[in-house]
Ligand binder design. Sequence first.
Ligand SMILES: [Zn+2]
Ligand SMILES: [Zn+2]
Length: 154
Amino acid sequence: MTDAPILTGTSLTGGCQCGAVRFRVEGQPGRASICWCRMCQKAFAGPFGALVTVKVEGLTWTRGQRSTFQSSDAVKRGFCAACGTPLSFEWSADKIDLATFAFDDPSKVEPGVQLAVESRPAWTEHLADLPVRPPAGGPAVAVVSRQHPDHETP
Ligand SMILES: [Zn+2]
Ligand SMILES: [Zn+2]
C-alpha cells in the first residue's frame, strides 16, 4: 500500500458491486460519454457503456486490483474478477476511462456526448415514453443485499 495522495478539491470514489475493488479519483474528471458500440454493449452487457476520462496520475485503486481483458490491440477493459462489474477502459498511458455507474454518485458525472450511434437500438429513442411500473408499496419479501454501499468502508 502506497501513501494516498493529498486531497485537493474534487475527489470521487467508486468501485465494483461486491466491494473487492475500489478506486478514488482526484481532480476534475474529463469528458464523459455514452458509447453504443458493440464492444461496449458486450463489455457492459447493456445498451451502452457509460465512461468518463480521468488522468491516470489522479487515480488510486484503493482496494483490490481489477482484472483486465484485452478487448482489442488498443484497449484493455478492467473488471472485478469476483463480481464481474465493468470498471475501466484503458487506452492511454496517461489517461483512463472509468465506468460512470461504478462511481458512488454517478449523478456527478453527466455524459456530454454519444459515440457510435450506428449501433444504438432504435427503441432507445423512445425510452422515456415506455410505461412506468409504479414503485412497490413495501417489501413483500425481505431481501438482504450483499452490494457494497455507495461510500468508503473500513
Ligand atoms: Zn467486485
Ligand atoms: Zn464503445
